[in-house]
Design a protein around this ligand. Structure first.
Ligand code: C2E
Ligand code: MG
Ligand code: MG
Length: 576
């Protein structure tokens, strides 16, 4: 009876026992609580022999009451804790009258389970008794483990995520200072793979790549998935740069084997950047940043599979950041202007058009060529605003020239793939033609072959819309990209612009065969042909003889300012 009262007093949680209750009521309440409570209750005498267990105890441990009553609690120890642990526990109970903590025990079927146990020492009729109350932590532990996994591991690959990787790297950097490297990987053109083969294949590819990398790892190496198509690796098992190179070479041989997912062969470009830990580097950010810079450089440069960070790459990167910052404000600061390069028709010998080519003069960096900054403008998305400015500026100038009497002159404008993919190019062209009151047939847009690789239906739809306005469409730098002539046939294209590489070495190192073939095939398929980059009379005559319809190049004129073009146009027309 006394035991039950003690249980009530023991249960924390604000029970108020009304003292006008009779002892029977109190006993009833205690019995009911002990029976229904989720926590197990176990009471022993002073020799720790069990004298009471409740139903929850039997449920959690699997023992029947008859299995345990009269036995000593030590018989049910898990063996997972040391003798010292129990000695300390009993010291606490005897000194402070209580002990609380997590403990592992073993249930009837021999399974270890964690529990949170409170033991109190109490005196009943001057006799010592011990009350143990515990709850099973198995479910809670599982829950906590899951939460921990979600927080620290990537759900697809089960690899440590970025957060955990940084923690591991931080520990690594502050522990032993032996040689190790950080490698940053990316699957190049992953978005394209995802779009072409589907999300499912994309996910399988991510898993596949992580398995391939793991094949080459040793225990102490840590691979992590740090982004959609990004992995980072702490390579601990190599002892010097030579071994790292060996590791990477072996890995890339394997990566370059055909990767087949769902019966589809996938060609992928894995790129890697490597930063070597040097003693004294106590900042993980440097290692991460430098491996990422080297990786990005490998992606942009497109030749090497992997690159070690070096001063040259670092400088380029710093330049790149500066360039990016200056480019962001160049439009507002009016630093861009256009130059115009005439295009001549072989039949009429007249200047029928011009190509607008952007120029950038910055007060700090001087002239920066489009070859250098267009890529950055595309990478940052700035090309959309810049491209819009070019189109408007070119049309404005064309209107001026039409009004000045340079009738029938058409204007070619280079349009970046990004303008098709990330902006409403159709409406921009429509509105600009309207704004400057120009007939669409006087505008020619130069697109690149690379535009015609993915999202082709969407691109075709836009090209058709543009074509409906009377605008002509030319494929610039033809022959250097991926498209085939047959593929172009299904698109509303008027003209191919043969890249300069097919004529620049004529006649010394090139017999012009490629230009000849391209011209013939293009004509067979109904495209007009313009040859760009023509510098000499010999090149000009060769192209004329072999059927190129139009020509553009330094032979006639480099890209020039508007006033220079006006002079050129008048003089050229008068000389005809
Ligand atoms: P592109 O459109 O193929 O332009 C032809 C490039 O070749 C121009 O270089 C031009 O100056 C150069 N060129 C013309 N004739 C000759 C020649 O006879 N010999 C040699 N060696 N070069 C010649 P530029 O102006 O530096 O432009 C480079 C590229 O930058 C352009 O190639 C085009 O892809 C891009 N670009 C220029 N302006 C724009 C623009 O407004 N928007 C976009 N998206 N790209 C542009
Ligand atoms: Mg062009
Ligand atoms: Mg070109």
């Amino acid at each position: 009876m006394g035991i039950y009262i003690m249980i009530i007093l023991h249960l924390e949680g604000g029970f108020h026992i009304y003292f006008n209750w009779g002892i029977k009521q109190i006993i009833k309440l205690a019995e009911s609580i002990a029976k229904n409570i989720n926590e197990a209750i176990l009471i022993t005498d002073k020799e720790t022999k069990i004298i009471y267990v409740n139903d929850a105890y039997c449920r959690i441990t699997g023992y029947k009451k008859s299995d345990v009553l009269g036995k000593k609690t030590s018989q049910f120890k898990s063996g997972k804790h040391s003798k010292k642990f129990y000695t300390k526990m009993w010291e606490d109970i005897n000194a402070k009258g209580t002990w609380k903590g997590e403990i592992w025990d073993i249930n009837k079927s021999g399974k270890l389970y964690p529990k949170y146990l409170t033991i109190n020492k109490i005196y009943l009729d001057k006799e010592i008794n011990y009350i143990g109350i515990f709850e099973d932590l198995t479910e809670r532990k599982k829950f906590e483990e899951n939460i921990m996994k979600l927080k620290n591991y990537d759900t697809l690959t089960n690899l440590p995520n970025e957060k955990l990787f940084y923690e591991i790297l931080d520990k690594r950097i502050h522990s032993k200072s032996e040689f190790f490297v950080v490698i940053s990987f990316t699957i190049d053109k992953f978005t394209f793979i995802n779009e072409k083969f589907g999300f499912d294949v994309g996910e399988k590819l991510i898993l596949k790549i992580s398995h391939i990398i793991e094949m080459f790892l040793k225990n102490e190496d840590i691979l992590s998935r740090t982004g959609k198509n990004e992995y980072m690796l702490i390579l601990n098992h190599t002892k010097n740069k030579k071994e790292v190179i060996q590791f990477l070479d072996n890995l890339f041989i394997e990566i370059k084997q055909n990767i087949i997912i769902d019966e589809q062969e996938i060609y992928l470009g894995l790129k890697a950047g490597i930063a070597i830990y040097t003693e004294g580097t106590k900042n993980i950010d440097i290692l991460i940043k430098e491996s990422n810079i080297a990786k990005e450089y490998a992606v942009n440069q497109g030749i090497d599979d992997y690159l070690f960070i070096d001063n040259r790459i670092k400088e380029m990167y710093i330049d790149e950041i500066e360039l990016e910052n200056l480019l962001r404000i160049a439009l507002d600061k009016n630093e861009f202007f256009l130059t115009y390069q005439p295009k001549i028709n072989f039949n009429t010998e007249k200047i029928f058009g011009i190509e607008a080519l952007i120029r950038w003069k910055n007060s700090k960096l001087g002239y920066i060529s489009p070859e250098r900054f267009i890529h950055t403008a595309e990478k940052t998305g700035l090309i959309i605003q810049i491209g819009e400015w070019v189109l408007k500026e070119a049309c404005k100038q064309l209107k001026i020239w039409h009004e000045k009497g340079f009738y029938n002159l058409s204007m070619a404008v280079n349009i970046s793939p990004l303008q098709f993919k990330n902006s409403d190019i159709v409406n921009l062209i429509k509105n600009t033609l309207k704004e400057y009151n120009i007939d669409g047939k006087y505008l020619d847009i130069e697109i690149t072959e690379n535009l015609l690789i993915d999202r082709i239906d969407d691109i075709k739809r836009q090209l058709v819309e543009i074509k409906k306005m009377g605008v002509t469409i030319s494929v610039d730098d033809f022959g250097t990209g991926f498209s085939s002539l047959a593929h172009l046939k299904n698109l509303p294209i008027d003209k191919l612009k043969i890249d300069r590489i097919f004529i620049k070495n004529y006649p010394e190192k090139d017999n012009g065969m490629m230009s000849k073939i391209i011209i013939n095939m293009a004509h067979d398929l109904g495209f007009k042909v313009i040859s760009e980059g023509v510098e000499t009379k010999e090149q000009l005559e060769f192209l004329k003889k072999n059927g190129s319809d139009e020509v553009q190049g330094y032979y006639y004129s480099p890209p020039i300012l508007e006033s220079e073009f006006e002079e050129f146009y008048i003089k050229y027309t008068n000389d005809l």
